[in-house]
Design a protein around this ligand. Sequence first.
Ligand code: FES
Ligand code: FES
Length: 163
Amino acid sequence: MSKVKTSFRVNGKPVDLELEPKRLLVSVLREDLGLTGTHHACDTTNCGACTVLVDGKAIKSCTMLGVQANGKEILTIEGLPKQGDMHPLQKAFIDKQGLQCGFCTPGMIMTCYWMLTEGKDLSDEEIKRMLHGNICRCTGYKGIVEAVKYAKEMLDKQEEAKQ
Ligand code: FES
Ligand code: FES
């Protein structure tokens, strides 16, 4: 099968690849770019472990072909820390026990990051509703909901400190 030139940005860095059209974005991220923080599990759009941001929107990367990333801006879990410091959301997941085995965590954090950056309503009910596409077998979700709200508090304090 002939390959297709595909150019996009991942975590702020330009990437140029030649891809077989049938390959999934999740496989390209993991196998070609070594970004194994994005997990590949169900392959049926159910679990959300493969969630990344594509042009700012949370997308399950097992539902998208690598070639469809052409011209897009992709953010993966590896792109969240700044200067070696974890993003407040990552810290909040630890502090509020939003993870146990950690398998769902990168995808879960990317969906939560999307909620925060989009300025979504962060009531418990809305957070749970927005997480319906991310499955966690361990935590019971309570810590995850708490982590999102705690991260918002930390981010608001950071903003206030800048003013
Ligand atoms: S691996 Fe993509 S939703 Fe499960
Ligand atoms: S922490 Fe184990 S699946 Fe979520």
